[in-house]
Ligand binder design. Structure first.
Ligand code: PMP
Length: 426
């Protein structure tokens, strides 16, 4: 049987950097990523037979834990009827209705295959609806690898400290105004100067791709500013949707945007995204309206089956459990790091949290970037060697699931003192 190192070396020959998404390569923490063979509940197993407690959850979707029986059965049943129709089926309507019933901003919704596709389509729709060209985004917010949204993005782009991406043309970049997160004066100035050209403001429900930042009432402010100028507010809930709370960021700040993007949890681990919102805007989409948007595999029966089986199991008891788990973990992280004198700040938004290795308050990308990423790397590797799989970057949220029961949390808590010691050492 191959080892992790052998597989990672072999992968370099056939896959750029050995990975299909950059953060997986452990670029910022160094070392070899484990090659996973199975997941059950909160646990992952790699090719070497090593078991890990998973705090990544496939970057958000696995809110019920890995290989949840109901979800697996739903997907297996759907597969037995066909892997893809490329034609209408009832599952698409059921998933759309589940989202519409829960999210007040969504009158109509369209399925796509990733979060990137969702934000890309939402931007086109916003431009088509308003007849304007400019988009406002915030530094450190990641909305997928859409050309115009890569400027000062978080996530992998933050990890690799890239200003954006090669291959994005200047005219495309010039259609995006990038502002510091939370900077109301900058938003005011952008609208004063370019108000008539701004089609939409896009923001994460809560920034989670520069680490977690609580938006407070920033989204409400953005809605007001956008509407005053005839622009739309797009809240990207690809990560926070059905995750931060039962109704995502909306459930915590009550803001009803014009368009919302989804991904991750609504696909239960299948490749899924969606965008939805006000009926009058959504009805500008083809075939009703002039804004073209399509997808061979969109609304795929396996994806909708996984989404329906996942959303149907998300009840108040689950979110209460997730919130309690996060409270327990935050206090354990805080205790362990404090005991070793490691500078740290822990931010939380609903059931999402992240640890920044700085004692400064973190409310923006600039502040997030001021953390000690080397201390994080030492902390990360100590946790990994003790069987705890954290996101391999200092700019990501941690994800817990229904399967993170008290005994699983204890395994994480037991590993913390040694990891804090490692972070403190130089
Ligand atoms: N928006 C946000 C807020 C995200 O966190 C992500 C992915 N982490 C995306 C969009 C892009 O989603 P995908 O990776 O499915 O394209």
């Amino acid at each position: 049987m191959s080892t992790n190192a052998e597989l990672f070396a072999r992968a370099q020959h056939s896959i750029p950097g050995g990975v299909n998404s950059p953060v997986r390569a452990f670029g910022s923490v160094g070392g070899t990523p484990p090659y996973l063979v199975s997941g059950k509940g909160a646990l992952l197993t790699d090719v070497e037979g090593t078991e890990y407690v998973d705090l990544v959850g496939s970057w958000g979707p696995m809110i019920l834990g890995h290989a949840d029986e109901t979800v697996v059965n739903a997907v297996t049943d759907a597969a037995s009827h066909s892997l893809s129709f490329g034609a209408p089926h009832e599952g698409e309507i059921r998933l759309a209705e589940l989202v519409i019933d829960r999210i007040p901003a969504v009158d109509k919704i369209r399925m796509v295959n990733s979060g990137t596709e969702a934000t890309m389509s939402a931007l086109r729709l916003a431009r088509g609806f308003t007849g304007r060209d400019l988009i406002v985004k915030f530094a450190g917010c990641y909305h997928g690898h859409v050309d115009s949204l890569l400027a000062e993005a978080g996530s992998g782009v933050a990890t690799f400290s890239l200003p954006g991406s090669a291959g994005v043309t200047d005219p495309t970049a010039a259609e995006t105004l990038v502002l510091p997160y939370g900077d109301r004066e900058a938003v005011h100035e952008a609208f004063t100067e370019h108000g008539e050209r701004i089609a939409a403001v896009i923001t994460e429900g809560a920034p989670c791709n520069m680490g977690v930042i609580d938006p407070g009432d920033f989204n409400a402010f953005l809605l007001e500013k956008a509407h005053a100028a005839g622009a739309l507010l797009i809240v990207d809930e690809v990560l926070t949707g059905f995750r931060a709370s039962a109704t995502g960021a909306h459930g915590l700040d009550g803001v009803v945007p014009d368009l919302v993007t989804f991904g991750k949890v609504i696909g239960g681990g299948m490749p899924v995204g969606a965008f939805g919102g006000r009926a009058d805007i959504m009805e500008r989409l083809s075939p009703l309206g002039p804004v073209y948007q399509a997808g061979t595999l969109s609304g795929n029966p396996l994806a909708t089956a996984a989404g329906i089986a996942t959303l149907s199991q998300l009840d108040d008891a689950l979110y209460a459990q997730l919130n309690e788990s996060v409270t327990t973990l935050i206090s354990a992280f805080d205790d362990a790091l404090s005991a070793e004198g490691v500078p740290h700040t822990i931010n939380r938004f609903g059931t999402l949290f992240s640890v920044f290795f700085t004692d400064r308050e973190v409310r923006s990308y600039e502040e997030a970037k001021s953390q000690d990423t080397n201390a994080f790397a030492r902390f990360f590797h100590s946790m990994l060697s003790q069987g705890i799989y954290l996101p391999p970057s200092a700019f990501e949220a941690c994800f817990v699931s229904k399967a993170h029961t008290p005994d699983i949390l204890d395994r994480i808590i037991t590993a913390l003192p040694a990891a804090a010691k490692a972070a403190a050492s130089t």
